[in-house]
Design a protein around this ligand. Structure first.
Ligand code: NAP
Length: 554
C-alpha cells in the first residue's frame, strides 16, 4: 500500500490522452505532479478498448499531438485510421519519449477525493487503500470510461461467457465454433460485428434495438507521398484544426473547412454533390458538409434520406432489409458511425440480424436469449452497450468539496461547471475533457491539448501571485450552464437519446452536459477568461474582483 503524502502540487486522475498530456505540461511548468491510472497500463480508452475491430474514426494524421513538431515528424501512421494497437503504441512512444512513466502510478483506481479546508489540499484514496495528498487535482478521467451495465431481463442468469467490449480479455478471446450474440449497434458494436462476422458467419447473432447510420471510412494504408506531404505542412493542418468546429478537418485527404453553406440554401443537385463528396471521402466529414444539419429538422431530413438510400443500396433484397434502415433518430444527433463493410456482415457472411427493439420482448436466459419467446442458443454474449458518458467516472468516485458536499449531489440534476474546467465548491479541482466543454464533438487531442494548457496557465497564474485556493464564481458557473443549455436547445441533439445527453442510461433523464457551440467559440471563451486574469475565479477567497454579471454568448 502506497502512502504518498508530501503533498504533490498536482495529482492527475487518469493517464489517457489528456492525463498523459497534463503530466507532461504540468511537470514542464515546474509543478510536482503524478498521474494515477486505474488500468495496468496507461492509454485510457486506447488501452481498455482492445475488442476486435477497435479503430479510431478520425484520421490519424489529425488524431495525434501537435505540441511538439519533432514528435509529428518522428511518428508515422500506417493507416488512414489507426487501429487500437497502433494508437496504444503511439501513446507508449509519447510516454517513453518524454520520460513520463516514472510519474504514472498504474493500477491505482481512485475511489475517493476529499477536500481538506484546513490545509487546502485534496486527500485521494484508491480502492486498494493507497493514499495521496495534492494541492490541486486534475480529473482526466475520460468521457467514455465508465461502462454502462445495460438493463436486460435475465442478464445475470446467462450460463455462457459475457464479454464487455471495454473490458475485452487481455489475451484475446477465441470465438471459433461458438454461437455469439452481440448486443449494441453503436460505433463499438458495429466495429466488433464487422470484425468477427467473417469468422463466425451464421453463428453471429446481432441483437439490434436501433438501426444505426453507418458511413464508410475508406480506410487504407497511407502512401509515402501523402505522409510526406502532411509532414511538410503540419503547421497548416493544425492551424486549420484550431479554426474548425470539430477540431479536425480532413475531407478526402485534404484540408476542409467549417461549413458556411446551409443545406436548404443549396439546390438539390448541390446537396447531393456535397453528400456524395463526403461519402466518397469517408469518415466523419458529413458533420462539416452544411451548417444547419444539426439545427434544422428539414435540413437534417435531407441527410437522413440520403443516408437511408445508401443503406438500402447495400442491403437490397436481404430478408431483413427494412430493419437496417435507420429511422429512430436524426443522423448526427448521435455520433455518426464510421466503418467499412458493415453490411457485408449480413449480406456476405450471413450474420443473423435480430430486432430486439420495436416492442419485441427480449430476455437473456441461461442458454442464450429469447426474443418474442423464441430461443437463440448462445455460448457467448458480447455487450457493446456503451458508457455512462461524460459524468460517469467523476460521479462514481466519492468526491467531496468544501463543506463535504458530494460532487454527485451537486450534479444530481445536471453537471454544472465554469467553462468545463472548474466547479463551484470544489476548489483546486479541474476537469479536462469532462462536463461543460465541447468534448465528444471536438477531437480528443485538439481539445485535450487546449484544455490542459489552460489549466497549466491558471495554475501558473496562481503560483506567480502566491494564491493557494482557487474557486469558481457561482454567478459565472450559472451563466455558463445557462449558455450551455441555450446552445443545446438551438440544436437537434435533445431529440435523441444518447450518451451526449446522458439519456442512454436507463432511468436517467436527458441533461445538458456538453458545450455545443463548437471548438472555436469555446476557445474564445476560455482565452478571454485567461487573458483577462480569470475574472470568474476567486483566489484565496477574495471575491471583489469577480465579474458581477458574467454572461456568455455565441
Ligand atoms: P453507444 O453509441 O451508446 O451504443 C450502445 C448500443 O448498445 C446502442 O446500439 C444501444 O441501443 C445498445 N444498447 C444499450 N443498452 C441496451 C439494452 N438494454 N438492450 C439492447 N440494446 C442496448 O455506445 P458505443 O457503441 O460504445 O459508442 C459510444 C461512443 O464511443 C461513440 O459515440 C463514439 O464517440 C465512441 N466510439 C468511437 C469509436 C471510433 O472512434 N471508431 C469506436 C467506438 C466507440 P439503442 O441505440 O437502442 O440505445
Amino acid at each position: 500500500m502506497t502512502n504518498e503524502q508530501q503533498p504533490w502540487d498536482v495529482v492527475i486522475v487518469g493517464a489517457g490522452i489528456s492525463g498523459i498530456y497534463a503530466l507532461k505540461q504540468l511537470r514542464d511548468a515546474g509543478f510536482s505532479a503524478i498521474a494515477l491510472e486505474a488500468g495496468p497500463h496507461h492509454g485510457g480508452t486506447w488501452y481498455w478498448n482492445s475488442y476486435p475491430g477497435a479503430r479510431v474514426d478520425i484520421e490519424s494524421i489529425e488524431f495525434s499531438f501537435k505540441f511538439d513538431p519533432e514528435l509529428e515528424q518522428e511518428w508515422t501512421w500506417s493507416n488512414r485510421y489507426a487501429g487500437q494497437p497502433e494508437l496504444l503504441r503511439y501513446l507508449d512512444y509519447v510516454v517513453e519519449r518524454y520520460d513520463l512513466a516514472p510519474h504514472i502510478r498504474l493500477g491505482v483506481r481512485v475511489a475517493a477525493s476529499i477536500f481538506d479546508e484546513t490545509t487546502t489540499t485534496w486527500g485521494l484514496r484508491s480502492e486498494d487503500g493507497d493514499t495521496f495528498t495534492a494541492r490541486h487535482v486534475v480529473l482526466a478521467t475520460g468521457a467514455l470510461s465508465a461502462p454502462k451495465r445495460p438493463v436486460i431481463d435475465g442478464l445475470d442468469t446467462f450460463a455462457g461467457d459475457v464479454l464487455q467490449s471495454v473490458r475485452w480479455p487481455a489475451g484475446g478471446y477465441d470465438l471459433a465454433g461458438k454461437q455469439v450474440g452481440v448486443v449494441g449497434t453503436g460505433s463499438t458494436g458495429v466495429q466488433i460485428i464487422t470484425a468477427i462476422a467473417p469468422e463466425l458467419g451464421e453463428n453471429l447473432h446481432v441483437l439490434q434495438r436501433t438501426a444505426p447510420y453507418v458511413v464508410p471510412a475508406h480506410n487504407a494504408a497511407l502512401t509515402e507521398e501523402f505522409v510526406t506531404s502532411v509532414k511538410g505542412s503540419y503547421d497548416i493542418w493544425r492551424e486549420a484544426e484550431q479554426a474548425h468546429c470539430g477540431g479536425f478537418v480532413a475531407v478526402d485527404y485534404e484540408i476542409g473547412s467549417s461549413p458556411t453553406v446551409m443545406t436548404l440554401e443549396a439546390t438539390e443537385a448541390e446537396r447531393v454533390a456535397e453528400f456524395e463528396k463526403r461519402w466518397h471521402s469517408g469518415g466523419l466529414c458529413f458533420y462539416s458538409s452544411f451548417g444547419d444539419l444539426l439545427l434544422n429538422t428539414d435540413a437534417n431530413r435531407e441527410l437522413a434520406n440520403y443516408l437511408r438510400d445508401k443503406v438500402r443500396e447495400q442491403v437490397a433484397g436481404h430478408p431483413m432489409e427494412e430493419k437496417f434502415i435507420p429511422r429512430d433518430y436524426m443522423p448526427l444527433t448521435r455520433r455518426l458511425i464510421v466503418e467499412d463493410g458493415y453490411y457485408d456482415a449480413y449480406t456476405v457472411h450471413g450474420a443473423n440480424l435480430v430486432d430486439v427493439g420495436n416492442g419485441n420482448t427480449f430476455e437473456v436466459v441461461p442458454d442464450g436469449v429469447r426474443v418474442n419467446g423464441e430461443l437463440i442458443e448462445l455460448d457467448t454474449l458480447i455487450l457493446a452497450t456503451g458508457f455512462e458518458g461524460v459524468i460517469g467516472a467523476p460521479i462514481s468516485m466519492d468526491i467531496r468539496g468544501a463543506g463535504g458536499v458530494e460532487l454527485k449531489d451537486a450534479w444530481e440534476d445536471a453537471p454544472s461547471t465554469l467553462l468545463g474546467y472548474t466547479v463551484h465548491g470544489f476548489p483546486n479541482m479541474y476537469l479536462v475533457n469532462g462536463a461543460g466543454c465541447p468534448g465528444a464533438l471536438t477531437q480528443a487531442f485538439t481539445l485535450s491539448e487546449f484544455q490542459v494548457e489552460w489549466v497549466r496557465d491558471l495554475l501558473t497564474f496562481a503560483r506567480e501571485r502566491g494564491y493557494t485556493r482557487i474557486d469558481t464564481s457561482p454567478a459565472a458557473q450559472t451563466a455558463w450552464t445557462t449558455h450551455l443549455d441555450e446552445v443545446l436547445n438551438m440544436t437537434l441533439f435533445p431529440t435523441a437519446a444518447s450518451w451526449y445527453m446522458g439519456s442512454n442510461v436507463e432511468g436517467r433523464k436527458p441533461m445538458p452536459m456538453l458545450y455545443l457551440g463548437g471548438f472555436p467559440a469555446y476557445k474564445r471563451h476560455s482565452l478571454e477568461q485567461r487573458d483577462q486574469g480569470f475574472p470568474d475565479l476567486a483566489f484565496d477567497g477574495a471575491t471583489e474582483r469577480l465579474r458581477e454579471q458574467p454572461a456568455f454568448t455565441l
